[in-house]
Design a protein around this ligand. Structure first.
Ligand SMILES: [Zn+2]
Length: 338
């Protein structure tokens, strides 16, 4: 079985964006109550939105199931207030639940959290519980920077975040560290902000003692861990200078990376540097980079091809494509057996 741990509903019917546009437009007049429209999307529209995209690519690339969440760049936690974010998250998560119900063999849900800058993270717990307990979602996307590129929130290792972590541990769900769009024009969303966030989260984990307090808490740092694998020596050295434990002792029971690195040398480096037990196959399709690499004739985001090109043992292939995902997202077992 091949589990892709990183996919977003980037092809949702346009009614979803129409809803969001109306919601944002209503914010312009704060004297009025929040937008209270309805999203009318039929099952056929959902099927159509996936058949020519994610499902087609699953079939072509030979993957089986995608751990699927709302479009990350559209979470935009910085827009409006906590009410705006709560409503938008519910709408997006409801739609993911419909996708997973229509295609239970192809998609397993992960939720967007209703974060909002300056709002205490315990505010997201209700939605996390709803998605896990009612919908059977198996994880969440946690945004370390709900301000959208201004980094106003405390580091992920601060007690500020602990109520969310307590709930994650109780529910036994991991979080993918995932920022959203950037409202700071100096940071391109997918080219800079995403990769910055991945790198930033890892450095925060080195500096903090989070996993002493939460030994079973699990994070996936996407996009191959940002700059981390390439600079592994820097992080080892910084940890040493700061009298921190080694990265292996300190972080690698709790922190995992995906394979959303869009060229073979990047994947080779990732696998050379990070233990295979800490890498989960992911492609982020249909997502950040949608084109075909003229040098290879293959989609940049067909990350399975890069892994297939490596001389991996059967055991390592199993870990990358299935075993590690089962360990990090234990709730997937129930979903896959159905
Ligand atoms: Zn993503």
């Amino acid at each position: 079985m091949i589990i892709d741990c990183h996919g977003h509903y980037t092809t949702a019917p346009k009614e979803l964006q129409d809803y969001r546009d109306a919601q944002i437009a209503a914010l312009k007049d704060p004297s009025k109550p929040p937008y209270n429209g309805k999203i009318e999307i039929s099952d056929d529209q959902i099927r159509e939105s996936l058949e020519g995209a994610q499902l087609k690519l699953q079939r072509e690339r030979g993957t089986d199931v995608t751990i699927f969440s709302p479009r990350a760049s559209a979470m935009a936690h910085h827009i409006g207030n906590a009410t705006t974010s709560a409503d938008w998250s519910r709408q997006c998560n409801d739609l993911i639940h419909r996708v997973c119900s229509l295609y239970p063999k192809n998609f397993v849900g992960v939720c967007q959290l209703p974060q909002s800058p300056g709002v205490a993270p315990q505010n997201v717990i209700g939605e996390l519980e709803r998605c896990v307990n009612e919908f059977g979602f198996i994880g969440c996307n946690l945004n370390p920077d709900p301000s959208g590129g201004h980094w106003t929130a405390p580091a992920l290792t601060e007690k500020y975040w602990y109520p969310v972590y307590e709930k994650m541990v109780e529910l036994d769900v991991p979080a993918m560290v995932h920022v959203s769009s950037s409202c700071n024009p100096v940071f391109h969303a997918t080219g800079a902000h995403y990769i910055n966030a991945d790198t930033t989260a890892f450095m925060q984990f080195i500096q903090g003692d989070l996993f002493k307090d939460f030994p079973t808490l699990r994070f996936i740092i996407p996009h191959g861990g940002g700059a981390v694998p390439f600079h592994w020596g820097r992080y080892r050295g910084l940890a040493q200078d700061m009298k921190r434990p080694t990265l292996e002792e300190h972080l690698l029971k709790n922190v995992f990376f995906d394979t959303c690195v869009y060229h073979l040398p990047g994947i080779e480096l990732l696998l050379k540097v990070v233990p295979v037990d800490n890498i989960l196959f992911g492609s982020e399709m249909v997502g950040a980079v949608r084109g075909i690499d003229p040098r290879t004739g293959q989609y940049y985001d067909d990350t399975k091809k890069y892994l297939d090109a490596l001389p991996l043992s059967e055991g390592d292939r199993y870990k990358l494509f299935e075993g590690n995902a089962r360990r990090v997202y234990p709730r997937i077992a129930k979903k896959l057996s159905k």
